[in-house]
Write a protein that binds this ligand. Structure first.
Ligand code: THU
Length: 130
């Protein structure tokens, strides 16, 4: 099973009654373990959460904090890219070389690195505390 397959499978559990746009995300952590997430919308729209955020939370809950690979899947006409906020959430645990596979349900895929998704990322170096 590939990381895309994991993202496709968890996408089925997305709760997206308002947008109708189900998203699945899968993260491989440093140990090799895979963590998944789906978007969970809310009637108070801004309270909804993205698939990537769910996958990141599951990874941290398992005590892992290093991402080696990411896959995101949606039923989109174009390979779906993480939203801006999710790029920052992924960048917290993924170095600039980490590959992010963007996929559609009909099998289109595109691979981008974290650096391509979030150039000039705000990071710990900007805090100037270390
Ligand atoms: N969504 C994600 O889960 N991940 C993304 O990176 C893009 C957007 C969700 C949020 C919302 O539930 C739906 O897709 C439509 O924006």
């Amino acid at each position: 099973m590939t990381l895309i397959d994991d993202a496709r499978a968890i996408r089925e559990n997305a709760y997206a009654p308002y947008s109708g746009f189900k998203v699945g995300a899968a993260i491989r952590a440093k140990s090799g373990a895979v963590f998944t997430g789906c978007n969970v919308e809310n009637v108070a729209y801004p309270e909804g959460t993205c698939a990537e955020a769910g996958a990141v939370a599951a990874m941290c809950a398992a005590g892992e904090y290093e991402i080696t690979e990411v896959a995101v899947v949606a039923d989109s006409p174009h390979p779906v890219t993480p939203c801006g906020g999710c790029r920052q959430k992924l960048a917290e645990f993924a170095t600039s070389h980490v590959p992010v596979t963007l996929a559609t349900l009909d099998g289109q895929t595109e691979i981008m690195t974290m650096a391509e998704l979030l150039p000039g990322a705000f990071g710990i170096k900007h805090l100037g505390t270390s």
